[in-house]
Design a protein around this ligand. Structure first.
Ligand code: HGY
Ligand code: MN
Ligand code: MN
Length: 413
């Protein structure tokens, strides 16, 4: 049976290779919101959607939506998809695999007959938040949860999100007014690489997600006193980087000491950043996650206490800003069972696993039932150019999604 989908698997990997050419940095894959690279990727995705017979439109945030319309214009809608933006120095599959497998599965399933509901394949325009540090900007707008104040955010070059929205093919005014919530939604199903080692360790191509971990981001600043590297005595220094370094290791120690807790300092800026100047200021981010909201909330209290203690002992100022994140999101039971049934019908064992990574499904869960299909990736590596997916596993994903759609045709309403 899976052989029937082998061509789809290979086509999907070829298309991911084609997407990977659309980057804003010549020597690595980076595709951020409102960039020409993302516009090119969206245009290519729109071509493939049109070739598959879908009508194509952009919404106020610049998300791309391909629709296979039902005969009845008032029919409800089933959503599939994922995102096309990336992190910096990204892999090829985080996001694009979900858009392309959805498109391929719909193309296969439609051959079995019409659907009594609209099916939309959505390519979200900003899940990673790389340029404006706004997680889920595209799906947040889609879900009607966009805060107009975000339009004034600026990127490292001082360009406002408002400008980026226009460049993304969006409409900032409509965004500020609040996008109309889509008509009745039957659900949202997203296929995505696992970005972890579990499916590979189980030697299975796909799995179903149970819960998406909650996450909170902290923007912290340690301020000390810049000074001459050759003249200020060690005991008299208020070195912001030494304080930040102690904090980074304290955060690692804290997370290593608690099962299911993940703390990452992924971004750190040293000022003034000269080799012969004692750092006067360090700005850093802390990403705190757990599938258990209580663990995450207690971890934030402990983390702030550690930062405050370090700042006090080192006579540093501390600025601590919590960026509201999201609580853990359990997947919809019925929609997840449908995915599990499709996996079983395709002859694969069914495994349920949590997602430590965030996904657009977090925002869609505000609108409708959501479920996710995880796809094995080599070594569980992601957010890294070494990200790798086999054509066979891409084919298995299409087969499962096509079977899910076939079953939904007569039973999802
Ligand atoms: O951060 C995340 O989990 C996702 O890749 N945006
Ligand atoms: Mn992703
Ligand atoms: Mn990602």
């Amino acid at each position: 049976m899976i052989d029937d989908f082998a061509d789809s698997g290979r086509t999907i990997l070829d298309r991911c290779d084609e997407f990977a050419q659309f980057t804003e940095e010549p020597d690595r894959l980076t595709r951020s919101y409102g960039s020409p690279a993302l516009a090119a990727a969206m245009a290519r995705a729109a071509d493939w959607m049109s070739e598959a017979g879908l009508s194509v439109r952009r919404d106020a945030a610049g998300n791309l939506i391909g629709r296979l319309a039902a005969a009845d214009p008032g029919a409800p809608t089933l959503l599939l998809g994922s995102h096309l933006d990336s992190v910096r120095d990204a892999g090829k599959y985080d996001g694009p695999l979900g858009v392309l497998t959805a498109l391929a599965a719909l193309d296969r399933a439609r051959a079995q007959g019409p659907f009594p509901f609209h099916v939309d394949v959505v390519a979200f325009a900003d899940e990673e938040g790389l340029r404006f540090r706004t997680a889920y900007l595209g799906s947040r707008a889609f879900a009607g949860a966009f805060d107009p104040a975000l339009l004034e955010l600026t990127d490292a070059a001082g360009i406002a999100l408002r400008e980026a929205c226009l460049a993304a093919g969006g409409d900032p005014e409509a965004l500020a007014a609040g996008v109309a919530r889509p008509e009745r939604l039957l659900g949202y199903v997203e296929a995505h690489i696992e970005q972890g080692p579990t499916l590979e360790s189980l030697d299975v191509p796909v799995g179903v997600v149970s819960t998406i971990a909650g996450q909170t981001r902290v923007n912290a600043t340690f301020r000390g006193e810049a000074g001459h590297a050759g003249t200020v005595r060690m005991m008299h220094r208020r070195d912001a980087l030494s304080g930040a370094a102690e904090f980074v290791l304290a955060a690692e120690r804290q997370a290593r000491g608690k099962a299911g807790l993940y703390i990452t300092v992924g971004h750190l800026v040293v000022s003034p950043g000269a080799s012969n100047v004692i750092p006067g200021e360090v700005r850093l981010t802390a990403d705190v996650r757990s599938a258990n909201d209580g663990v995450r909330e207690r971890a934030l209290v402990e983390l702030r206490a550690a930062a405050t203690d370090i700042a006090s002992r080192r006579r540093l100022e501390l600025d601590w800003r919590v960026v509201p994140g999201n609580a853990a999101v359990p997947m919809d039971r019925e929609l997840t069972q449908r995915l599990a049934n499709a996996i079983d019908a395709c002859g694969y064992p069914v495994h349920h696993l949590p997602s430590g990574a965030g996904h657009d499904a977090v925002m869609l869960a505000r609108l409708c039932p959501v479920a996710m299909l995880f796809v094995r990736c080599k070594g569980g590596v992601s957010h890294n150019p070494a990200e790798s997916v086999s054509a066979e596993d891409a084919a298995a994903t299409v087969a499962v999604l096509a079977r899910f759609l076939d079953d939904a045709r007569t039973s999802l309403s």
